[in-house]
Design a binder for this molecule. Structure first.
Ligand SMILES: Nc1ncnc2c1ncn2[C@@H]1O[C@H](COP(=O)(O)OP(=O)(O)OP(=O)(O)O)[C@@H](O)[C@H]1O
Length: 596
């Protein structure tokens, strides 16, 4: 509970800092509407009693008071709902960057890839608005609670028996709940049929799937099935809603009985001289709103509790990020150039929750200035090896050294600033083209000369020439820009990857998977040239991951992975000569496929 209170207090501080007037207005309006609701009832009683006693002045003054209170209630009730999203947006302005900072600040990738973490991560990331609005749900719950207290107090002054109206006001909520639950249960039970009809609807109405359906002449059959599924789901849902309406009606009937009883009691008291006509009017006014007030109190409390999952995810992420950052021990600077190279010493790694090792006891020395190719079948561990080099994961066993220093001891941000990398699952940055490339080297974000060179190195010059505003073209159709093909996006990612000058490690993890064979060949030629220049300049190591063996024959060292184990290593000539070797076999298979 203390964590929750601390979080709400922090959100209140943010709100007061970012929107002091609106925050004060929110609390002021809440207090004012509670007082105004009580004011209406008390003023009405005064009007009736003063009229009965013939004190006209008091009656007029009380009537004016009632009118003012009513005006305040009507006006400011709406203000509360206008302020609510505004204030929660203001809090979110700090909360969202905080969450984003934690997610981005964690060195590894576990939090983004482990399924048991993902739910909580998404809970915090995608529902930050729920966290920021929870404070205001709490304030609303407190306001409704206070309002309920004032209502009961007023009723109690007329007669303590009137307090028995509370259960009559609360019971219908349970009736309501039963009805709503019936609707939710039916929606859950029919969710599959409902999804099916939606899927069939999209299948029959969208351009991408519509073409082959039309050619097959199956449109009518799809429409018939969609209508049947829709009928089935809609019929059951209609029946559930009717049931809910009956429960609701039953609830109102219970409240009506209590209300009639309460009125009869107050009227009886007045007739006996134990109360005034004003008491009767006041009791009617307050009691008629009681059910709504109880509903508000319960509803707001439920809304506050409903944000619990998002808040728990937020706490989890905060603690996880803090623990991960505390675990980050590497502080050593990266070398300015590589002399000895990179060594894997009995490196093993298993993804959390997986049975088998993704890398199994890998040992290899990669001399400085070499181009090393990693080959192997799907899932053999190629990308994992590269990810370990980028410090996305830490080896479970063994170690990786960079010029003799354990990679774990290197400052991660500093080491990454010495890497250039193009990954197979590249980012599509929907921004101005030049920026999408320049972001590969932040200090040179606007350096057009450098960007032009990177574009040329990624063989993307003709792509830029075809863009309506060249380098200044906005990318991404949903942002009013130009949409690129998969291969074109990959060229942008590659250009981004070659922005950095003088990296120590240059990673090309299937950087041409979306390109045609001639483009791939041209890009590899260019990148190999770049790799040689980097090798001379900083002793950089270039790591190429590829499925197409023909692209890696020129590498200085080829590593062959099989189910996480390093099974062969050597040059193309050495490995091809190995009779019955894995590389030789796979190379032969691929070569045969291209020549037949
Ligand atoms: N995030 C992850 N969580 C769990 N297991 C993973 C994850 N990423 C990869 N793996 C598993 O680890 C093994 C090695 O995967 P990796 O991506 O390194 O192979 P790869 O050789 O690069 O494959 P591909 O050629 O398909 O890119 C595979 O069995 C894969 O299923």
């Amino acid at each position: 509970m203390r964590r929750y209170l601390a979080l709400w207090a922090e959100m209140l501080r943010i709100s007061r800092r970012r929107a002091p007037a609106a925050t004060a207005a929110m609390f002021g309006v809440c207090a004012l509407t509670i007082a105004a609701a009580a004011g209406i009832a008390l003023s009405l009683r005064a009007v009736i009693d003063a009229s009965a006693h013939g004190t006209l002045g008091t009656a007029v003054a009380a009537a004016c008071g009632a009118a003012v209170c009513y005006g305040v209630t009507v006006t400011f009730q709406q203000t509360i709902w206008d302020l609510l999203p505004l204030l929660s947006d203001k809090t979110n302005l700090e909360l969202r960057p905080q969450i984003q900072g934690w997610i981005a600040g964690i060195e590894g990738l576990d939090h983004l890839e482990r399924t048991d973490f993902l739910d909580r991560l998404e809970g915090a990331r995608d529902n930050s608005w729920q966290i920021s609005i929870s404070l205001w749900h709490l304030v609303m719950a407190a306001r409704s609670g206070l309002q309920l207290g004032v209502t009961l107090l007023i009723l109690g002054t007329v007669s303590p028996w009137l307090l028995f109206l509370l259960p009559f006001a609360a019971l219908p909520l349970w009736f309501d709940h039963r009805g709503k639950q019936a609707v939710v249960d039916t929606e859950t039970a029919t969710a599959e049929v409902f999804r099916l009809q939606r899927h069939l609807f999209q299948l029959g109405t969208r351009a991408d799937s519509g073409k082959d359906i039309r050619v097959a002449g199956a449109s009518e059959e799809i429409a018939r099935r969609q209508a049947a599924a829709w009928d089935e789901a809609a019929h059951l849902r209609y029946r559930a809603r009717m049931r809910a309406a009956r429960w609701k009606f039953g609830g109102w009937a219970v409240f009506a009985c209590g209300f009639v009883g309460a009125l009869a009691l107050v009227a009886y008291q007045a007739a006996q001289g134990q109360g005034t006509a004003g008491d009767v009017v006041m009791a009617v006014t307050v009691a008629s709103g009681l059910r709504h007030t109880v509903q508000q109190s319960v509803g707001r409390t439920a809304s506050t509790l409903a944000t619990r999952t998002a808040i728990e995810s937020y706490f989890w992420l905060r603690e996880y990020a803090a623990a991960e950052m505390a675990r980050t021990v590497g502080t050593a600077p990266s070398p300015a150039r590589l002399d000895k190279g990179i060594a894997f010493e009995h490196v093993s790694y298993r993804y959390p929750g997986m049975d088998r090792l993704a890398l199994d006891d890998v040992s290899v020395r990669i001399p400085a200035g070499t181009v090393v190719a990693i080959v192997g079948e799907y899932g053999s561990g190629k990308t994992t090896l590269v990810k370990l080099l980028a410090k996305f994961y830490r080896p479970d066993d063994g170690r990786i050294t960079i010029d003799g220093t354990d990679l774990a001891d290197l400052d991660t941000a500093d080491w990454r600033s010495h890497i250039s990398a193009a990954f197979q699952d590249f980012g599509r940055l929907k921004t101005i083209f030049a920026e999408g490339v320049g972001l590969g080297d932040l200090p040179h974000l606007t350096d057009r000369e450098r960007i032009t060179r990177a574009v040329r190195d990624a063989d993307a010059t003709s792509l830029v020439e075809r863009l309506p505003q060249g380098m200044d073209t906005q990318l991404g159709r949903e942002l009013g820009g130009v949409e690129l093909s998969e291969g074109q996006w990959q060229r942008v990612a590659l250009a981004r990857a070659v922005m950095r000058d003088g990296p120590l490690l240059f990673v090309l993890d299937e950087p041409t998977a979306s390109l045609d064979a001639p483009s791939e060949h041209a890009i590899f030629e260019r990148q190999m040239e770049r790799a040689r220049q980097l090798a001379e300049h900083t002793g950089a190591i270039t790591v190429v991951v590829s499925h197409r063996f023909s692209t890696v024959t020129g590498a200085d060292l080829i590593l062959v992975l099989d189910r996480g184990r390093l099974v062969e290593s050597g040059t193309h000539g050495e490995l091809s000569a190995l009779d019955g070797g894995r590389y030789a076999d796979l190379y032969q298979i691929q070569a045969a496929a291209y020549t037949t």
